[in-house]
Ligand binder design. Structure first.
Ligand SMILES: [Zn+2]
Length: 405
């Protein structure tokens, strides 16, 4: 099956007819359809198919028990109303690269793996990269058991409903020990390649990033009869805090976003009793990120106090800076060097990836494919067809250089 054929099969799965975006959340029906597609692609190519204890899917050419395996892949789940490329481009390109290598008559000297990591986006349970975190031991079983979605369904319940055994989850060091190199291809989530005029880039580092929950608690009351002076309206300090986050991010050269909010009682004619907002912030270095978050918290406390509102801030997740393996990156740069002046550019990124989680345990690299608008986590996310084809060729070259004679 060609790249186009695979792409066309995946395209309708989990797509909202209203928004045109994807809703492929972990352990839902759409996610299950994506998983069934992966298994079918694996078996159709005569690969050995397995799911690991954390529900990640693997397809093997050669026996991974031999060790020093070369693995590529990404994820198939999405953010709410996400685009078609974030995740699936890496998985489809992995199968397409294998097909290309077989077409070239490549002789594999190392086992080759293709992986679909589960629950990368964290759209349902609020924590990103759950599949790879569990496998790498970066998320404990106890922490995973406490993850709950908006309907109150826990991660174990959701896994069980999807036909997986939640009692099996946990760190899988033996599996990671067998991997000599992991390469994730991903659509770029920014415009660096578009601006430099390159189709393909290599990842340098992933910025440190985290999520913080801000609970502003005031007093619910009638929107028509309560004098302004008598209100304890948590929406006001929340709104000021959103502006403060923008200001502090600009000052630090970082990014900070309140993109999710919950309001109680959420009535159009009621002053809210609670405004809960989630801050996502990322910066090129730890120090800048610490400054941004500290300043936003300080501002939020002051605004809350001004309005007689209580504030609680809790850090829900945090991922330190990830420097990808320099030796592997240099090797890929050599492999992808076309002999012209054009070297493959090395980019930093503010987006988290399974590759970042694995990089603590396995030599890891990432290839980025140009995104002409830089838009991601939106139905407008895109990549040109010939850039995707260039991505498949680059990935095939990389895998050939790493896993073949
Ligand atoms: Zn992704």
């Amino acid at each position: 099956m060609t790249f186009h054929g695979m792409w066309a099969e995946l395209l309708p799965i989990g797509r909202s007819s209203a928004s045109g975006g994807y809703r492929r959340f972990a352990w839902t029906e759409a996610d299950g359809d994506c998983r069934a597609w992966f298994e079918q692609q694996a078996r159709g190519r005569g690969l050995t198919y397995e799911t690991d204890r954390n529900g990640n899917q693997w397809a093997w050419l050669g026996d991974p028990a031999r060790g020093d395996a070369v693995v590529t892949g990404s994820h198939l789940d999405s953010v709410p109303d996400g685009g078609a490329f974030d995740g699936p481009l890496g998985v489809v390109s992995a199968f397409a690269a294998l097909d290309e290598l077989r077409g070239r008559g490549a002789r594999f000297t190392k086992p080759l793996g293709i992986v679909n990591f589960g629950d990368e986006e964290g759209a349902r349970f609020g924590l990103a990269c759950v599949g790879s975190r569990l496998t790498a031991g970066a998320l404990t079983v106890e922490q995973a058991h406490r993850l709950t979605d908006a309907e109150g369904i826990t991660l174990p319940q959701a896994m069980e409903a999807a036909g997986y055994d939640p009692d099996a989850i946990g760190a899988d060091p033996h599996r990671l020990d067998r991997i000599g190199a992991f390469v994730e291809l991903h659509v770029e989530q920014g415009r660096a390649l578009d601006l430099s005029g390159d189709r393909i880039g290599l990842a340098g580092a992933i910025w440190p990033h985290g999520r913080w929950r801000f609970d502003f608690r005031g007093e619910a009351n009638h929107a028509g009869t309560t004098r302004l002076a008598d209100r304890r309206d948590p929406m006001l300090p929340y709104a000021q805090t959103v502006l403060a986050a923008r200001r502090e991010a600009e000052l630090a050269g970082a990014v900070a976003t309140f993109g999710k909010i919950a309001v109680e009682p959420n009535g159009v004619n009621a002053i809210p009793s609670l405004v809960r907002g989630w801050l996502d912030s990322r910066a090129a270095d730890q120090e800048s990120l610490d400054v941004v978050v500290a300043e936003v918290k300080k501002a939020a406390r002051e605004y809350a106090a001004t309005h007689g509102v209580d504030l609680d801030v809790e850090r829900e997740s945090f991922t330190p800076v990830v420097e990808f393996d320099h030796a592997l990156r240099d090797e890929l740069a050599r492999i992808l060097d076309t002999g012209t002046d054009l070297k493959v550019p090395v980019l930093g990124t503010g987006a988290g990836h399974d590759a970042g989680i694995l990089s603590g345990r396995v030599p890891t690299a990432m290839l980025f494919v140009r995104n002409p608008t830089g838009v991601s986590h939106s139905p407008a996310e895109c990549a040109a067809e010939d850039d995707c084809v260039a991505g498949v060729t680059a990935l095939a070259d990389a895998l050939e250089g790493l896993a073949c004679t």
